[in-house]
Structures are given as structure tokens and as C-alpha cells.
Ligand binder design. Structure first.
Ligand SMILES: Cc1cc2nc3c(=O)[nH]c(=O)nc-3n(C[C@H](O)[C@H](O)[C@H](O)COP(=O)(O)OP(=O)(O)OC[C@H]3O[C@@H](n4cnc5c(N)ncnc54)[C@H](O)[C@@H]3O)c2cc1C
Length: 379
């Protein structure tokens, strides 16, 4: 048994941490206030090779393991959850299916530039009436000669306002439920693709999230990503990675909220001494520190299992559930330690509190994750 990160992992974490401390942390509040996609920071992440971490070297990636990838998203989330949300989308969900099922042309024109941050991808599953229940999606794909024609609506699509291409889930046969769904590649500029209005959100405000509509949106048959009827199976193949990754994003936010709370507890003086000397505040910080340790253990255990190619549906669901709920508790306690200053937009505690909510939804809500864990333990 070995609970230590390798020297390579530690050195990589330190290099990402330097980027975050120097370039992300100083801008995190301003990008949240502006509520606009942080294009320059996103491009920097591309230049630094972060988007290609999980991809083969021959297409410009670095073939890194899941642990390395989680260390990167954890550090970025420590600086800015808005940036981390966009980065995570680019690294995994929006590029994965093009890498595995796209044509040589898709790889050359879209994927390779995306790994450098020169093109941006989005991933569109959710619909107004289908969130957790993906079998209920209404967006249809109908074969027409050498094309498919897509019709329907999507919502909550991260990076859609700035995206060059979209991996879209649509059904070819509603009667088959989840077995009738497939992924399709749709490129910006397609006359049948309509980018809708930006959703005004309480958190991750600089990660732009938008509605989409497909109106007789014609794509060539090569844009079917994967064999017909395998969309759900292919989604399942990355779901554990999405969950463990969201756990790592949660640790980043938890650490930021904890660090800010420790600093404030040492500085803020009431009743003649720093508030950190009061047992009530010490206990809060002790609980927060423990939850970060536990999140770290369960998330990196999940990453290790993925790296060992061991089935880990239960562990990945637990990692996301525990770490995202812990991030919400930690961010809540941070606002209590800051008290009225936690209510002020000038201090960061409120941002952690708002951004933490984002972690509760994608990759499965806490309720859905409990259902999955219950199923895995035979209930
Ligand atoms: C900031 C942000 C960015 C997002 N980005 C993307 C994106 O890029 N692409 C994308 O496709 N989607 C995206 N989403 C959508 C996200 O994946 C969904 O919000 C998520 O799948 C949950 O769906 P829903 O919000 O419709 O909730 P619903 O599924 O409507 O759930 C509502 C409530 O009912 C509960 N519930 C539902 N079913 C069950 C059940 N069987 N048992 C018990 N409880 C249940 C849920 O846990 C929840 O509490 C994003 C969401 C947010 C907030």
C-alpha cells in the first residue's frame, strides 16, 4: 500500500499550482464579476498542454494517467471554478468521442487544435425535460441519404457560446429508450444550429452556459460518433472519469475555502484575540480539514482504480458524492467563519459558496449517485 503521489505527480501539481497562483487566483474575482468566458486564461491552459493530458502523444496529447488529470483540475478549481468548469469540459466530455469515433478529418480540423486550446468543444446531453433521465431526451436524429437531420432543444450547455463544435446526444428511436440514443458531431456555422440565450447563473458565472436548438440541422453521416445504438454505452465508458474528475474539482474548491478561512480566523480579532482561538471556530476548521483529507483519499483512490482499469462504478459515485457534498459543507462553514464578511461580495467566501452548488449536478445529482451506490451494493 502506498498513499504517496509519485515524484512526477508532485512536480506536475506544483507546476499547475504555480500557474494558478500567478495567473488564475489574481483574476478569479474579476472574471466572476464580469461573468464572461475567460478566453485568455483558457488559451493559457491550452498552451500549457492541459487539454491534451488524457490523449495520445501522436495527436499532441501527453498520455497522462487519471491521477495526473485530477491533480490538474483540482489545482485549477482551487483558483477559479469558472475556469475549471470550462477546462474540464474541454479535456474530457467535449473531445472524448471525437477522439475515439471521429474521422481523420475531424481529428485534424477539430481535435488537434482543441488540444492546443485553438478550438473549443461543448457537450450537449441535457434538455428542458430530460436532466437525470436521459432516456427521456426528445432531440431526434433522422437518417436522410448520406446525412442525419437533427431536431430538438438542449439546455445548460457549458461553453456553447464560444464553442466551435458540439457532441450532441439525440435519439434515432424513442421506443428503444436509452438504447436508441447516439452522439453526433455538429459544427458551429451549421445553419440548423441555433445558439440560444445565456443562462444567468448564481455560480460559475464566468463559465457560460446556454440553450441550443436544432432546426433541421443536417450533418454528414460521418458525424455519427460511434456505431448506431451505442451512445449510452459510450457515455457510460467515461462516466466514472467524469465523476472522479468532479470529485477533484470539489477538493480544489474545498481547499480554497479552507485556506481562506484559516487565514481569516488568524487575522480577525474579537473579544481580545483572533477568532481562530475559539473552540467553536477551531472545531469548524478541524471538520473542514478532515473532510478535505477524506475527499482526497476517496477521489484519488477512484483515480487509481481507473488507472488500474478496475471496474469502479461504486467508488466513482462515492467519490463524487462525498467530495461534492463536503465542498458544499466546507463552503458553508467558510461563510460562517467570515460571518458578515462572508456575505460581502468583496471577500471570496461568497464565491466559494455559490460555485460549490455547481458540483452537485453534473455527473449525477447526489440523489442519483445514492441510487447508483445502492444498486452497486445489491439493493
Ligand atoms: C452550471 C451547469 C453546467 C452544466 N453543463 C452541462 C453541459 O455542458 N452539458 C449538459 O448536457 N448538461 C449540463 N448541465 C446539466 C446537468 O448535467 C443537469 O443539471 C443534471 O443532469 C441534472 O438534471 P436536472 O438539473 O434537469 O435535474 P432533474 O433530473 O430534473 O432532477 C431534479 C431533482 O430530482 C432528483 N431526481 C431525479 N431523478 C431522480 C431519481 N430517479 N431518484 C431520486 N431523485 C431523483 C434530482 O436528484 C434532483 O434533486 C449543467 C448544469 C449546470 C448547473
Amino acid at each position: 500500500m502506498n498513499f504517496k503521489f509519485s515524484e512526477e505527480h508532485q512536480a506536475f501539481r506544483q507546476s499547475v499550482a504555480r500557474f494558478v497562483d500567478k495567473e488564475v487566483v489574481p483574476q478569479a474575482q474579476a472574471i466572476d464579476e464580469r461573468g464572461e468566458f475567460p478566453k485568455e486564461l483558457f488559451s493559457r491552459a491550452g498552451e500549457l498542454g492541459y487539454f491534451g493530458l488524457r490523449y495520445p502523444e501522436e495527436i499532441g496529447g501527453s498520455n497522462a494517467d487519471m491521477t495526473m488529470f485530477c491533480l490538474m483540475v483540482e489545482e485549477i478549481a482551487r483558483g477559479s471554478m469558472s475556469l475549471a468548469a470550462g477546462v474540464a469540459m474541454q479535456c474530457l466530455m467535449s473531445t472524448n468521442f471525437i477522439c475515439h469515433f471521429g474521422t481523420e478529418d475531424h481529428r485534424k480540423r477539430l481535435l488537434i487544435p482543441a488540444l492546443k486550446g485553438e478550438k473549443i468543444g461543448a457537450f450537449a446531453l441535457t434538455e428542458p425535460n430530460a436532466g437525470s433521465d436521459l432516456a427521456a431526451i426528445q432531440t431526434t436524429a433522422v437518417k436522410d441519404g448520406d446525412s442525419y437531420i437533427l431536431n430538438g432543444r438542449k439546455t445548460w450547455i457549458t461553453n456553447a457560446t464560444v464553442a466551435d463544435f458540439f457532441t450532441v446526444l439525440a435519439t434515432q428511436d424513442k421506443s428503444k429508450g436509452i438504447k436508441g440514443v447516439d452522439f453526433f458531431l455538429v459544427e458551429k456555422g451549421n445553419p440548423g444550429l441555433i445558439i440560444g440565450k445565456k443562462i444567468d447563473k448564481m455560480g460559475v458565472r464566468a463559465s457560460e452556459t446556454t440553450e441550443l436548438a436544432f432546426e433541421n440541422c443536417r450533418v454528414p453521416k460521418e458525424n455519427l460518433l460511434g456505431e448506431e445504438g451505442t451512445g449510452f454505452k459510450n457515455l457510460m465508458s467515461i462516466l466514472n472519469q467524469i465523476r472522479v474528475m468532479t470529485g477533484a474539482l470539489s477538493i480544489g474548491l474545498s481547499r480554497a475555502a479552507y485556506d481562506a478561512s484559516v487565514k481569516y480566523a488568524n487575522e480577525r480579532v474579537q473579544f481580545g484575540g483572533p477568532i481562530g482561538k475559539f473552540q467553536a471556530i477551531k472545531h469548524k476548521l478541524a471538520e473542514m480539514a478532515m473532510q478535505i483529507e477524506l475527499s482526497t483519499l476517496i477521489v484519488y483512490y477512484g483515480a487509481w482504480l481507473i488507472d488500474q482499469k478496475v471496474k469502479c462504478n461504486k467508488e466513482a459515485a462515492m467519490a463524487k458524492l462525498y467530495a461534492s457534498e463536503a465542498a458544499n459543507k466546507i463552503a458553508d462553514e467558510a461563510t460562517r467563519i467570515f460571518a458578515s464578511y462572508g456575505f460581502s461580495m468583496e471577500y471570496p467566501a461568497q464565491r466559494y459558496f455559490r460555485d460549490a452548488r455547481f458540483l452537485l449536478y453534473g455527473g449525477g445529482t447526489s440523489e442519483i449517485l445514492k441510487n447508483i451506490i445502492a444498486g452497486e451494493i445489491g439493493l
